[in-house]
Design a protein around this ligand. Structure first.
Ligand SMILES: Nc1nc2c(ncn2[C@@H]2O[C@H](COP(=O)(O)OP(=O)(O)OP(=O)(O)O)[C@@H](O)[C@H]2O)c(=O)[nH]1
Ligand SMILES: [Mg+2]
Length: 677
C-alpha cells in the first residue's frame, strides 16, 4: 500500500532541506521565510511506497497568503496519511502554535525537532520525552542538514501512518471554549467524525472559509453558539483561543526546555545585524557587496575569477575545438554550405553562450551564498524601511532579488505577498531585473565595445539600471494603477547561517544545468534557423544583406531607429531574445561572426565580436542593452506571468507596460548619452 507523508511547519524551519534529504531531490532551499511556494512531491529514497510532500511554510492553519492556502488545503482536504511537523527547535514557542492546530486536525502526526545542532551549540537542553508526553505525539530530534535522526524519524512516521494513529486531543481550552467546541461539533453531524474538532475550533475562531462551507441552518445555529461563547470571552473568541494556546505552549516549554542563557544575549546574528541593517550603512554596504560580487565575476585578476575561467573555455572552444571540427569536415569533403552551417552557424552561435557559462556560474555561486546566508532577507528588510514611504512593500524585494537568477521562480515567489494588488505590481516589475540569461548580452558588448574601459562598471551599472527602473516604476504604479494601503511587512529575519557547500553547489548547478539544456535545445535550434534565414532567400543562398532575415529585420527596424539601433541585425537579435535572452548573443554570433576568421576573433579578447562595432557605438550599445534588459521577458517568463496573474488581460497589460518602459528608457539613454559622450 502507498502512504503519503506531508512535511508541514513554519517558514524557514527546514522542510525543504528535509525533503531533499529524504527524496534525493534538489528543491530550492534558502535562508528566508517563503522559499517554497508550491507543494512538491517525491518518493522516499529507502521505500518507494512512501510519497513525501514538501509544503510551503505557514504560521497557522488560518491562511493569509496564497502559498499558505496551499499548505492548509493539502493538510485538511487531501489528508496525507501522516504529517511530519517540522519544528525549528531554536524557536519552539513560535513553532508550536502551528503544531497545536495540526494536532487538532486529528491527522496522524510526528514532530521533527529540527536544527538540533544550533540548539546544542547554544547549550540549551530539550527534554524530548517530556515534550512528547505533553504534546501527545512522538517527537524526534533531527538535524535535517546533516541527515541526523532521519532514519528514526521516518520509522516513526511510517508507523503512525500505517496505524492511522490519531493524536490525543489536548486539554488546552477553558470550560467556556471547550463547551462551545463540543456544541458546534454536535451541529456538524454530517462532517466526518475526525474533521469535526478542527472545524468546530475554526468556526469559533471566525474562519470564513470553514463558516461559508456550512449549510445555512447549521451556520445559523453555529453562529448562535459563537455569540454565546463570545460573551464569556471578552467578546473575542479568536483572541481567547490564541491566548489559551500560548498559555499551553509556555507551560510546555517551561517544563521541557532548559535554556542555558535566560534573558537576552547578543548573538553573532544580532551583532552582524547592527552593522548590516544599520540605518545609514545598510544601503552603501549592499551596493558594496553587489559591486564585489560583480568584480569577482567580471573584473580583472586577481579577484576576477570569472574572467579567468572564461578565457580557458573560450581558448578551447575557438581554438582546438573549432580547428579540429573544421579539419574533420574538410577532410571528410563536406560541402561549403555544410561547413558554414557548422562553423559560422552552430559553433559561432553556441560558442557565444558557452564562453559566458563560467561567469554565469561564478555569479550564481555568489548569489546563492547571499541567499543561503540570510543576507537577502536583510536587504528586503532594509528596503522596506525606505520604500514603505513610497507605497512599496519590502516583501516585493525578495522576488526582485531572486530575479537576478531567473524571472520564472522570482515571479512565483510573489505569491508570498498577501494582497492581489501588491502581487500584481511585483509581477509587473520583477522582469526588469537582470536575469542570468541577459548577462551574456552585456558581457558580449562589454568585451566588444568597452575593451579598454571598466567593464565591471558597465555591467554593474546595467544591473543597477534594472533595479532602479523596477523601483521607480513600482513607485509610479503604486501611485496610479495600484492605489491603496500597503500590506504590513511581517517577515522575521532568519539567523545568519553559513551555507553548506552542498546547497550552494546545488543552486549553481541547477541554474547552470538549465542553461546547458537551453543551449542544447532551444538555442541550438534557433541558431540553425537564424543561419538558414540569414543565408537564404527565395533564390537560394545569398549575401546576408539580401536574406530573408534582413527583410524581416528591415521591416521592423524603424521602431528602434530613435533608440540608436534601427538596423535589421539588432532588430532580429531582440526578436530572438523573446525565445530566450541568450539567443541575442548566439544570433549576433551568427550574424556578425561569419565574416571574420577565428584567429582574429580570439585575439580581440574572450567573447568579443568585432563586427558589432560597425553598427554600434558605445552609446547605442548601452541603449540596446537597456532595451533588452527591460523589454518583454522571454516566453517562459511571460507564461509564468500568465499563470500567476490568472488573467490574459493583465498579462497583456504587463507586457505592454514593459515594452513601453524599455522604449522610453532606451530613448533617454541614447539621446542623453549622445549629448554627454
Ligand atoms: N543549522 C541548521 N540549519 C538548517 C537545518 N535544516 C535546514 N537548515 C537551514 O535552514 C534554512 C531554511 O531551510 P529550508 O529547507 O529552505 O526551509 P523551509 O522550511 O523549506 O522554508 P520555506 O520553504 O520558506 O517554508 C536554510 O538556510 C537551511 O540550510 C539544520 O538541521 N540545521
Ligand atoms: Mg521550503
Amino acid at each position: 500500500m502507498n502512504y503519503s507523508i506531508a512535511l508541514a511547519g513554519n517558514p524557514n524551519s527546514g522542510k525543504t532541506t528535509l525533503f531533499n534529504e529524504l527524496t534525493g531531490s534538489k528543491q530550492h532551499v534558502g535562508n528566508w521565510p517563503g522559499v517554497t511556494v508550491d507543494k512538491k512531491e517525491g518518493t522516499y529514497r529507502k521505500n518507494k511506497e512512501i510519497t513525501i510532500l514538501d509544503l510551503p511554510g505557514t504560521y497557522s492553519l488560518s491562511p493569509y497568503s496564497a502559498e499558505e492556502i496551499v499548505a492548509r488545503d493539502y493538510i485538511v482536504k487531501e489528508k496525507p496519511h501522516a504529517v511530519i511537523n517540522i519544528v525549528d527547535a531554536t524557536s519552539i514557542e513560535r513553532n508550536l502554535y502551528l503544531t497545536l492546530q495540526i494536532l487538532e486536525t486529528q491527522i496522524p502526526t510526528v514532530i521533527a525537532l529540527n536544527m538540533m545542532d544550533e540548539v546544542e551549540a547554544r547549550g540549551d537542553i530539550i527534554d524530548i520525552n517530556k515534550l512528547s508526553k505533553l504534546l501527545g505525539v512522538k517527537v524526534v530530534p533531527i538535524v535535517a542538514r546533516s541527515g541526523r535522526g532521519l532514519k528514526e524519524l521516518m520509522e516513526v512516521a511510517v508507523d503512525v501512518a500505517k496505524a492511522a494513529k490519531k493524536p490525543e486531543v489536548l486539554d488546552l481550552f477553558d470550560d467556556n471554549i471547550s463547551s462551545a467546541v463540543s456544541k458546534i461539533e454536535e451541529l456538524l453531524d454530517d462532517a466526518k467524525a475526525e474533521e469535526r474538532l478542527w472545524k468546530a475550533i475554526k468556526i469559533l475562531e471566525g474562519d470564513e472559509i470553514v463558516t461559508n462551507s456550512l449549510s445555512e441552518p447549521v451556520k445559523v445555529s453555529a453562529e448562535k453558539v459563537v455569540k454565546e461563547a463570545e460573551k464569556h470571552a471578552d467578546g473575542d473568541t479568536e483572541a481567547k483561543i490564541a491566548d489559551l494556546r500560548y498559555q499551553f505552549i509556555s507551560k510546555t516549554v517551561k517544563v521541557a526546555v532548559k535554556k542555558k542563557n535566560t534573558g537576552h544575549v547578543e548573538t553573532t546574528s544580532d551583532k552582524l545585524d547592527k552593522i548590516l541593517t544599520n540605518r545609514i550603512l545598510a544601503i552603501p554596504l549592499f551596493a558594496g557587496i553587489m559591486y564585489l560580487i560583480f568584480a569577482i565575476t567580471f573584473g580583472e585578476s586577481p579577484i576576477g575569477v570569472g574572467v579567468w575561467l572564461q578565457t580557458i573555455v573560450t581558448d578551447f572552444w575557438d581554438g582546438p575545438l573549432t580547428t579540429a571540427i573544421e579539419e574533420f569536415l574538410v577532410n571528410a569533403g563536406a560541402a561549403d554550405w555544410a561547413l558554414s552551417l557548422v562553423i559560422d552557424g552552430i559553433l559561432a552561435g553556441l560558442g557565444g553562450i558557452i564562453s559566458f557559462l563560467p561567469q554565469i556560474l561564478v555569479l550564481f555561486l555568489l548569489l546563492s551564498f547571499m541567499e543561503d546566508s540570510g543576507y537577502m532577507a536583510r536587504v528586503a528588510f532594509v528596503m522596506d524601511r525606505i520604500f514603505r514611504r513610497f507605497g512599496l512593500s519590502g516583501k516585493s524585494f525578495i522576488p526582485l532579488l531572486m530575479g537576478f537568477g531567473c524571472s520564472v521562480p522570482a515571479l512565483m515567489a510573489s505569491r508570498t505577498l498577501e494582497n492581489e494588488k501588491d502581487r500584481r505590481l511585483t509581477m509587473m516589475i520583477t522582469p526588469f531585473m537582470s536575469c542570468g540569461a541577459k548577462l551574456p548580452i552585456y558581457l558580449m558588448f562589454a568585451a566588444t565595445l568597452f575593451p579598454n574601459d571598466n567593464q565591471t562598471l558597465v555591467v554593474y551599472s546595467i544591473y543597477f539600471l534594472g533595479l532602479a527602473v523596477a523601483i521607480l516604476s513600482g513607485i509610479i504604479l503604486s501611485k496610479t494603477l495600484f492605489k491603496g494601503d500597503i500590506s504590513n511587512f511581517i517577515m522575521e529575519l532568519p539567523q545568519y547561517r553559513i551555507p553548506t557547500l552542498r546547497s550552494v553547489l546545488i543552486h549553481a548547478w541547477d541554474k547552470l544545468k538549465g542553461f546547458a539544456i537551453k543551449a542544447g535545445t532551444v538555442i541550438f535550434a534557433s541558431t540553425v534557423l537564424i543561419w538558414l534565414l540569414s543565408n537564404f532567400n527565395f533564390s537560394g543562398m545569398v549575401d546576408m544583406e539580401d536574406s530573408f532575415l534582413a527583410s524581416i529585420g528591415n521591416t521592423f527596424a524603424f521602431i528602434f531607429a530613435p533608440l540608436g539601433f534601427g538596423n535589421w541585425r539588432a532588430t532580429v537579435g531582440t526578436f530572438t531574445g523573446f525565445i530566450a535572452k541568450e539567443n541575442i548573443v548566439s544570433t549576433f554570433g551568427v550574424l556578425f561572426g561569419a565574416s571574420e576568421d577565428v584567429a582574429t576573433a580570439a585575439a580581440e579578447g574572450a567573447g568579443a565580436l568585432p563586427g558589432v562595432t560597425e553598427i554600434f557605438t558605445k552609446v547605442s550599445a548601452y541603449s540596446y542593452m537597456a532595451f533588452n534588459l527591460l523589454c518583454m521577458p522571454c516566453f517562459a517568463a511571460v507564461g509564468a506571468i500568465r499563470r500567476e496573474m490568472g488573467s490574459l488581460k493583465w498579462t497583456l497589460r504587463t507586457v505592454g507596460f514593459q515594452m513601453l518602459t524599455a522604449w522610453v528608457v532606451a530613448f533617454l539613454v541614447y539621446n542623453i548619452g549622445n549629448l554627454i559622450f
